[in-house]
Design a protein around this ligand. Structure first.
Ligand SMILES: Cc1ncc(C[n+]2csc(CCOP(=O)(O)OP(=O)(O)O)c2C)c(N)n1
Ligand code: SF4
Length: 284
């Protein structure tokens, strides 16, 4: 069973009250529910408060540069498709610096689960507006309000053809655990965009701000297998925040699109130096 290391090592570096704690605990609960052992798991992250997450779990981890968690996860999945690969990334990391990698991972349908800790600010660097900040949001740095319009992750993922799109909230751990389990069980690219307060630097999108806006899609007649239904949900005009599975449609994942990977993971192939030499010498 995969345990968090929070209580054991007391090494955690997040502010008291940060939404990251509930995300971490929901991950532990989800891994336990799935019977995942640390050896079965690779957690990949980039830079930011979200990027610290794998440090607080018993797991294999790969900590990359800012915005580069997704290409690392892609390479790891190609090398060893037997691994369950989870990416912990922030809204700045994933939708800002790593934005193009987000699009590429969806197009390739890499069989990984991406958990985005979406607090609408760059937490680690003290609260600049991130791509998901609302237009006009005032921060210490954008003191007249941000002049960029807000990025809509679920809408972007949907039109790009992502197979599993969900939205969660750090203030609803039971649902978040369920969404993480469903995302991991999904074969192909899966993402859970998790609304998370940053208690130190985002005084607008607070826990109570979210509480008064979130609603459970299960309480509506939402059909996550219906694209039109999902499209309407992600363009929700009433400023409420839908939580749950927005869209789910399986497709062929990347490692099953190539015969060489379909046969066995890359790491099980023997290194053939002569073949490499041949490629290098004949390449134009
Ligand atoms: C290429 C690059 N740009 C900027 C930075 C500086 N930087 C480090 S962490 C960070 C903010 C991360 O924000 P987010 O992904 O939203 O994560 P959070 O800390 O809010 O969880 C920034 C801008 C960097 N390290 N590398
Ligand atoms: S700065 Fe914000 S995101 Fe970072 S640990 Fe503190 S509350 Fe959490």
């Amino acid at each position: 069973m995969t345990k968090t290391k929070v209580d054991i090592d007391n090494e955690i570096q997040w502010c008291p009250g940060c939404g990251n704690f509930s995300i971490l605990k929901s991950m532990e609960n989800a891994f336990t529910a799935l019977g995942l052992e640390p050896k079965d798991l690779l957690i990949v992250s980039g830079i930011g408060q979200a990027g610290k997450t794998p440090n607080y779990m018993e797991c294999n981890m790969l900590h990359g540069l800012h915005g580069r968690a997704l290409p690392l996860a892609t390479g790891a999945k190609i090398a060893n498709s037997d691994l369950n690969i989870i990416v912990n990334t922030g809204d700045g990391d994933c939708y800002g610096e790593g934005g193009n990698h987000f699009l590429a991972a969806i197009r390739r349908n890499i069989d990984i689960t991406v958990l985005i800790h979406n607090n609408r600010v760059y937490g680690l660097t003290k609260g600049q507006a991130s791509p998901t900040a609302a237009f006009g949001m005032k921060t210490k740095h954008q003191n007249r309000g941000t002049i960029s319009s807000s990025f809509n992750p679920a809408a972007t993922a949907l039109v790009m053809g992502a197979g599993f799109i969900a939205q969660g909230f750090s203030g609803n751990m039971k649902q978040l655990e369920y969404l993480i389990v469903e995302a991991i069980n999904f074969k192909g690219f899966s993402m859970v965009d998790i609304h998370q307060p940053c208690v130190s630097f985002n005084k607008i999108n607070t826990h109570s701000w979210y509480k008064s806006r979130v609603f459970d899609l299960n309480d509506t007649d939402h059909d996550y297998s219906n694209y039109e239904n999902a499209l309407q949900t992600v363009h929700n005009k009433n400023h409420k925040i839908p939580l749950g599975i927005i869209y789910k449609k399986p497709g062929v994942p990347f490692h099953e699109r190539l015969d060489v990977l379909k046969k066995q993971p890359l790491l099980k192939y023997k290194f053939d130096g002569a073949q490499l030499e041949n490629i290098l010498t004949t390449a134009v």
